[in-house]
Design a protein around this ligand. Structure first.
Ligand code: HSE
Length: 444
């Protein structure tokens, strides 16, 4: 039996909705809808009627008790229900999430979703289908969970040309990095702790290899710069190969390491990347600890702005879903969807070729500790126009044979990735160096 989530005796007909996917976030949305029905109804301008909650397994114990008759394991009940006007689509992955979303749209429902992977891969196609059908899609929850960054980029900054987005968009990796930095633990130990505490999935690949942050960056880049970048069109590195030694050297140099997702205008071209990055210890991004997310946005009118909060989890993500639901109820989400025109984006900016991107670099070499090695490295870097800003080499214990390999850390001044690529080829010829050569960009 559908239930109207407000006690208000209102002449206004309720808004009928369904939740498709009752995992952590779906449960959070239902919980707030049930517990705060008056508040949501007031802000939506009408009571919300939850008609269906679609689950995979009807027998699974639930955190909340739903009114009878709502729970179903058959998504067709939603698709075939003409009364349901808005579907909250909380199905993860690509298939069958895509087919379910298309069926929901085709059956006349507007859709609120949190699925960033789906929008990253098939966004324009899904937006086009919605538009053809006279429907809308809202997706605040797809990026940075509880931080209202989609509304900020697409509505609040509408009078600006955004010139730079720089963000910590993955809470799992920020938690792991915080553990490594604050507890001086290896990546493997910090990952295990993140899994024990429920921050990291049993299979954490998409988080730790940078894919999750990159998918969110694709969505933000499309909104901010009108440019649909493909996930594999820009460099993406995660934290899974990060060595604790580099975090310690970074600290010695006055930096911390963050997994940064960056999309910024360089002239009239766009630089996009995801990488573990050295950020100055006193910078705001360095103060974002644990599973939090943060985004620094710069607009040509407003200047620098800053947003932080919980980027995942039951209630933070539910908060974003509910904002979209209310926006849909009052008709604002439909207007925004129409104005953004995401189904047919004319690329406004081209990608800057990777070789032309420029920044300062942290380099760690593994060198044989004997005469002229430092001079050889400096010579190669110098011939490729790479200027050295600082150097760390700690004294190593003498070995009986006299041939020991030691770490050498060099911070460079600003240079291009192209110069570094060329230098790397030459450095590989030096017999006094042993892999790995660690390269990390430095922010700012
Ligand atoms: N797994 C993501 C994170 C949250 O750790 O931030 C969902 O995108």
């Amino acid at each position: 039996m559908p239930v109207t989530l407000s006690n208000a005796t209102s002449p206004i007909s309720p808004l009928s909705i369904a939740i498709v996917g009752m995992g952590t976030v779906g449960t959070g949305v239902a919980k707030v809808l049930l517990e705060q029905s008056e508040r949501i109804a007031r802000r939506a301008g009408r009571p919300i009627q939850l008609r269906h909650a679609v689950v995979n397994d009807l027998k699974k114990p639930r955190e909340i008790e739903l009114p009878p008759g709502i729970l179903t394991d058959n998504v067709r009940r939603v698709i075939d229900d003409r009364e349901t006007q808005i579907a909250i689509h909380l199905v993860g992955g690509i298939h069958p999430a895509k087919e379910i979303m298309i069926s929901l749209l085709e059956s006349g429902k507007d859709v609120v979703t949190a699925n960033k992977a789906l929008l990253c891969e098939h966004g324009p196609e899904l937006f086009a289908r919605a538009r053809e059908l006279g429907r809308s899609i809202a997706f605040e929850a797809a990026v940075a969970g509880g931080i209202p960054i989609i509304a900020t980029v697409s509505q609040c900054m509408a009078g600006n040309q955004i010139t730079s987005i720089s963000g910590i968009l993955n809470g799992t990796t920020n938690f792991i990095l915080t553990e490594m930095i604050q507890r001086d633990q290896s990546y493997a130990v910090a990952l295990r702790r993140a899994q024990e505490l429920g921050y990291a999935e049993a299979d954490p690949t998409m988080d730790v290899d940078g894919t999750d942050a990159a998918q969110k960056l694709v969505i933000l880049t499309q909104l901010a710069f009108g440019t649909k970048v493909k996930l594999d069109a820009f460099p993406r590195r995660g934290i899974d190969k990060l060595d604790l030694g580099d975090i310690r050297y970074a600290a010695e140099l006055g930096y911390t390491v963050k997994l940064l997702a960056v999309s910024k205008l360089v002239g009239n071209r766009l630089e996009v990347h995801v990488s573990p990055t050295l950020v100055k210890k006193e910078s705001p991004l360095a103060q974002v600890h644990g599973a939090f997310n943060a985004v620094a946005l710069t607009g040509d009118v407003v200047g620098d702005t800053w947003y932080s909060g919980r980027g995942a989890g039951q209630l933070p993500t539910a908060s974003a879903v509910l904002a979209d639901l209310i926006d849909m109820a009052v008709g604002r989400a439909q207007l925004t969807f129409e104005r953004l025109g995401l189904w047919n984006i004319e690329p406004q900016f081209e990608l800057l070729p990777q070789a032309e991107t420029s920044c300062r670099y942290y380099l760690r070499f593994n060198i044989e500790d004997r005469p002229h090695v430092l001079a050889d490295i400096a010579d190669v870097l110098g011939r490729h126009d790479i200027s050295i800003a600082s150097v760390i080499q700690h004294e190593a214990p003498e070995t009986a044979s006299g041939d020991s390999f030691v770490p050498l850390v060099i911070m460079t001044h600003k240079t291009t990735a192209g110069h570094l690529d060329a230098a790397r080829l030459e450095l590989a010829q030096l017999t006094t160096l042993r892999p790995p050569l660690v390269e990390l960009p430095v922010a700012g």
